[in-house]
Write a protein that binds this ligand. Structure first.
Ligand code: FES
Length: 73
């Protein structure tokens, strides 16, 4: 794995999700969660804020080690 990118001024976490708003924030009702849900923390999911497994490709190509937040009822 390669070295992770440095974090600093000008480094974007969110590459492409809802760039038309000044801040991306989401609300999910506890009633919407079944047994468990995986929330994306890599900002690469096509189903954001839910994880779709895109973190695996991100980790493989960047050397990062991020994964989802699993929320269980
Ligand atoms: Fe982002 Fe899984 S797709 S954490």
């Amino acid at each position: 794995a390669s070295k992770p990118n440095s974090v600093g001024k000008g480094t974007l976490v969110n590459i492409s999700w809802r760039k038309d708003v000044s801040k991306v924030a989401d609300t999910i009702s506890a009633d919407e969660i079944g047994e468990k849900v995986a929330m994306c923390r890599c900002w690469r999911s096509k189903k954001f804020p839910y994880c779709d497994g895109s973190h695996n490709q991100h980790n493989a190509t960047t050397g990062d080690n991020v994964g989802p937040l699993l929320v269980k009822k």
